[in-house]
Structure formats: structure tokens, C-alpha cells
Design a protein around this ligand. Structure first.
Ligand SMILES: C[S@@+](CC[C@H](N)C(=O)[O-])C[C@H]1O[C@@H](n2cnc3c(N)ncnc32)[C@H](O)[C@@H]1O
Length: 286
């Protein structure tokens, strides 16, 4: 077996990843999720069930396992398998300036207000993947302020559940595809080398990355802007609602929240924000 513990695709049919489960499989899945939560804290229960089963199914197929109970035993025997499961569940696809329109809206409607504050400013990219979104935010702030030093009074933090993605974020090295949206001027301004492209140290030192599971960990308070894009879509509605309610508490009054294009406010949080603009998912807290 290769070093990453993955067997080649076995071609096993895996009815477990889709469709209704029989009683035995449903029980084994519940036990597996309880075991994962108890041992590792992964909030598997909060992911949309079909999504979680599909991603889990990928791992099981790779290992040639077709019972949830057997996969649970595998996790006990080989704790590194948990990291591989996490990689399969936590899809880290991102890129710099993903959805340009959102960044244009931020430049127009949000960044001037943040730069005008005379206190220290806290911005948070929640579900930061390998840091593309967090660095983009730092770039936009620095460009509009006119200098990178202006970021000294900003706390710019990217968090994710996936520690390996965060290690990549701290290294700040990216392939060509992550920079697809950047023109030559921006590349030269913010990156060295290439490819791989490395974020310039003066920008890297302005940004912090930390592990944070949005389902279970405490949130940093006093935020002026929270970006949480393309993360909530993976979660069940109840978890989405509770995360949104906790974002309300984490934001200062008048602070901003940005969601992904396929995401929206749910539950009581709808009363707590006004939408800015018509098309982008940019909201301001009451
Ligand atoms: C598709 S990426 C989005 C990256 C970036 N926000 C963007 O829009 O380009 C989703 C990220 O959410 C993270 N994620 C998934 N579950 C999470 C959880 N419970 N807590 C924190 N982050 C989570 C994944 O690890 C992944 O990096």
C-alpha cells in the first residue's frame, strides 16, 4: 500500500454513500459518528448527512472498506486515518480574489469604513482554507490604505478546522491556479518567485492563522468584518443558524458579515443584519 495509506480504487460498489440506509448501516453510521466526535471532536453531526456520507464513502472506497463499523475500527487502529478523513470532508478549494464582484463590493462599501475607524480593527476569515481569502483581504486593505504598514493596526486572522491547510497558509506558497484571477501588476506587488508563488513577507507578517472548528470552538469577539464564504453550505440548517447567531455576537454593532454566493442568513440572524447592495452577500450588523 502506498505511504499515504490509500489503496487504489477497488471498484467496490458502495451503496452506503448514497440512498437510504438500512437499519444496520444507519446504526453503524451513528456509532461511527459518535466515536469520531468522542475521540477527535470533528463535528461530523453538523455536516449535511448526504454530503458527509459521500465524502466518508470516498475514504472507505479508497481503503476497500464497505461497512461503517469496519471503518470505525480502522480509525482506532490507525489514528492518521482521521487526518485523511478530514482532508476528504474539508474541501479546501479556494483562490485569491475568488468572486471578484465581492471584493469590488468590499472595496466600495466596507473597506473605507474600516480604514476610517481610529481604533484597532479586527477582521476574520472563518473557513480560510490555505489562506487565499485572508491574504486577499490583507491585499485589498493595504491597497486601499496605500501602504502595507497601515495594516499594523489591523488584526487579520484566518481560521480553519484543517491544520494542514493552515500550515500551507502560513508558508504562503501557491501554484498558478490559485493566482488565476490576478494580473501581472498584482502578482509582482504581492508575490515573490513563481510558480510556486510566495506571498511577500511584509504581507505575511500581517496575517495570523489559527485552528478553529466553527461548530464547537469559541469565536474571537470584537470583529469589524467576518468573511465566511463557502463553508456554511456543508452544514445542516441548525448548525448554520447557530453559527450565524454566534457571528452576531462576535461582531461589533455596525460590523460586516460576508457569506458565499450560495449562502444566506437563516433564523434569528435575519433580524440582526441589513443587506448591503443587491447582488453580493454582504451584510451589516444592527
Ligand atoms: C471551500 S473552502 C472555502 C475557502 C474560502 N472561504 C473561499 O471561499 O474560497 C471551505 C473551508 O471550510 C473549512 N471547514 C469545513 N468545516 C469546518 C468547520 N467545522 N470549522 C471550520 N472550518 C471548516 C474547510 O476545511 C475548508 O477549508
Amino acid at each position: 500500500m502506498p505511504a499515504d495509506g490509500m489503496a487504489p480504487e477497488t471498484g467496490l460498489s458502495l451503496p452506503l454513500s448514497t440512498g437510504e440506509l438500512g437499519a444496520r448501516d444507519a446504526r453503524e453510521l451513528r456509532e461511527l459518528l459518535d466515536g469520531i466526535r468522542a475521540r477527535f471532536g470533528l463535528s461530523g453531526a453538523g455536516y449535511k448527512e448526504r454530503y458527509f456520507r459521500r465524502r466518508l464513502g470516498l475514504r472507505m472506497r479508497r481503503l476497500g472498506i464497505n461497512r461503517y463499523a469496519d471503518y470505525g475500527r480502522r480509525l482506532v487502529d490507525d489514528p492518521e486515518e482521521y487526518g485523511r478523513l478530514l482532508d476528504a470532508v474539508a474541501i479546501n478549494v479556494s483562490r485569491f480574489f475568488r468572486n471578484r464582484d465581492v471584493w469590488d463590493a468590499l472595496r466600495r462599501d466596507v473597506v473605507p469604513a474600516l480604514l476610517a475607524l481610529d481604533a484597532s480593527v479586527h477582521v476574520w476569515s472563518a473557513g480560510a482554507a490555505a489562506g487565499e481569502e485572508t491574504y486577499t483581504l490583507a491585499m485589498v486593505l493595504a491597497e486601499q490604505a496605500g501602504t502595507t504598514q497601515a495594516l499594523d493596526r489591523f488584526s487579520i486572522v484566518g481560521t480553519d478546522i484543517d491544520t494542514r491547510a493552515l500550515e500551507r497558509a502560513r508558508r504562503g506558497r501557491y501554484g498558478e491556479e490559485a493566482l488565476a484571477e490576478l494580473d501581472a501588476v498584482s502578482r509582482a506587488r504581492w508575490f515573490e518567485g513563481g510558480p510556486p508563488w510566495t506571498v511577500r513577507p511584509e504581507l505575511r507578517k500581517q496575517v495570523d492563522f489559527r485552528t478553529l472548528d466553527l461548530a464547537v470552538d469559541g469565536y474571537p469577539g470584537g470583529q469589524h468584518l467576518i468573511l465566511c464564504r463557502n463553508v456554511l453550505i456543508y452544514f445542516e440548517r441548525t448548525l448554520q443558524e447557530s453559527i450565524l447567531a454566534r457571528f452576531v455576537d462576535a461582531l461589533v454593532p455596525g460590523g460586516y458579515l460576508v457569506l458565499g454566493q450560495a449562502e444566506t442568513l437563516l433564523g434569528p440572524s435575519r433580524e440582526m443584519f441589513r443587506r448591503i447592495g443587491n447582488r453580493e452577500r454582504v451584510y451589516q450588523r444592527a
